[in-house]
Design a protein around this ligand. Structure first.
Ligand SMILES: NC(=O)c1ccc[n+]([C@@H]2O[C@H](COP(=O)([O-])OP(=O)(O)OC[C@H]3O[C@@H](n4cnc5c(N)ncnc54)[C@H](O)[C@@H]3O)[C@@H](O)[C@H]2O)c1
Length: 358
């Protein structure tokens, strides 16, 4: 009797799950943040499929049984086919080129991929009648903020083409919401960091420019030293302050927003960080503590365009989405990154398309 009740409850729970399950196209789902989001989607009972051209993504970052389309997000015919064949409800768009320095020297590469290709993706959605979109934006759209912490209503004034491409798409989304009833959420991430709690997937960029994986590479002897850009900033220890947010915390916000996307024409903007400023030196100390090894540092001059401090006010996401950060401190974030790097010293070791990264 008890067993019957239990199985009845279980099947009712399952049917509820099925009712609310969304078919989600995860564009850039083989990349760092996208692959973590795919995991969270599956855990929440949704049905993701991935579109990635693997220019930076990794096959091993997505489960072998997951449907993966190898193609370009700017290919409208392909995207249209996927949207219809997979009966997609929501598109999550993580794919972009993300190197700030390269965006300054090769801006067209960034405008073509981050803006032009994204407009094709959006056109394919409009044509196919798919009206829900979640976009990976960035705190770089704010440029050098006049005040801190950075809340959603501060003026956006990017100082490099990368940030500008993201702001261009934010603006295009507003127009599409008005003209076509597109519902969208644009999340401005601060510094994404960390890895899956089981250490099975993690961060593997090539080239890697992010402080935590670079410091771990130095600790493990894969790089000779870490260059610390600027030690004379007006901050407590002279180094830049940044806001590190765990990749799974970011991913959870993407799912928490589904309900709000139900309203046609919804225009949602959220800054996602922990709100805790962490200095570069504090990150290095956390890496030394997690790895038990020294990180050799070479102090260098400031890098052009690096603001002294960037950290988020994420109270809007907490209030409106019920979103809560599970990894509030740098130690827990670095520990999860270390779990991945310690078990995958060569990352995914699948450099599939050498030469495509230039
Ligand atoms: N990592 C961060 O700290 C951070 C901070 C702010 C914003 N963001 C944004 O978050 C998103 C994800 O960042 P990430 O660190 O996971 O990057 P990533 O490079 O690891 O992932 C991007 C994925 O998109 C794919 N891709 C790129 N262009 C494509 C195209 N034209 N067609 C199909 N696939 C394509 C790549 O192969 C890769 O798998 C980006 O849009 C980035 O701008 C990241």
């Amino acid at each position: 009797m008890a067993a019957e009740m239990k199985s009845g409850l279980a099947s009712r729970f399952e049917s509820l799950l099925v009712l609310s399950a969304m078919n989600v196209l995860v564009v850039g789902g083989a990349g760092y943040i996208g692959s973590h989001c795919v995991r969270q989607l599956i855990a929440a009972g949704h049905r993701p499929v991935v579109l990635d051209n693997f220019v930076y993504g990794h096959r091993a970052a997505v489960a072998p049984d997951l449907k993966v389309y190898d193609g370009n997000l700017g290919d409208e015919a392909l995207v249209g086919r996927i949207l219809r064949d997979e009966r997609i409800d929501i598109v999550m768009h993580f794919a972009a080129y993300c190197y700030v320095g390269e965006s300054v020297t090769a801006p067209l590469k960034y405008y073509f991929n981050n803006v032009v290709a994204t407009l094709h993706l959006l056109n394919a959605m409009i044509e196919a009648g798919v009206r829900k979109f979640v976009f990976s934006s960035t705190c770089a759209t704010f440029g050098i903020p006049a005040t801190l912490p950075i809340h959603e209503n501060l003026p956006q004034a990017p100082i490099n083409p990368y940030g500008q491409t993201k702001l261009d798409i934010e603006n295009a989304l507003k127009s599409l919401a008005t003209a076509h009833g597109l519902s969208f959420a644009a999340f401005r991430y601060f510094n994404a960091a960390g890895a899956a709690e089981d250490g099975s997937i993690g961060e593997d960029h090539d080239p890697e420019t992010h402080l935590i994986p670079v410091a771990i590479d130095v600790a493990t002897g894969r790089r000779p030293h870490l260059e610390l850009f600027g030690t004379d900033y007006p901050t407590p220890d002279g180094t830049c302050l940044r806001d590190y947010i765990h990749v799974d915390d970011l991913s959870r916000a993407h799912i928490a927003v589904f309900e709000q996307l139900a309203a046609p024409g919804a225009q949602l903007f959220y800054n996602l960080g922990t709100g805790t400023p962490t200095s570069n030196r504090a990150v290095i100390r956390a890496v030394e503590q997690a790895t038990g090894r020294r990180v050799k540092v070479v102090e260098g001059p400031r890098r052009a365009g690096d603001p002294p401090a960037l950290y988020a006010d994420s109270s809007k996401a907490q209030r409106e989405l019920g979103w809560k950060v599970k990894f509030p401190g740098i130690d827990a974030i670095v520990a999860s990154a270390w779990k991945w790097h310690a078990s995958h010293p060569d990352g995914y070791a699948d450099r599939k398309r050498p030469g495509t990264r230039a």
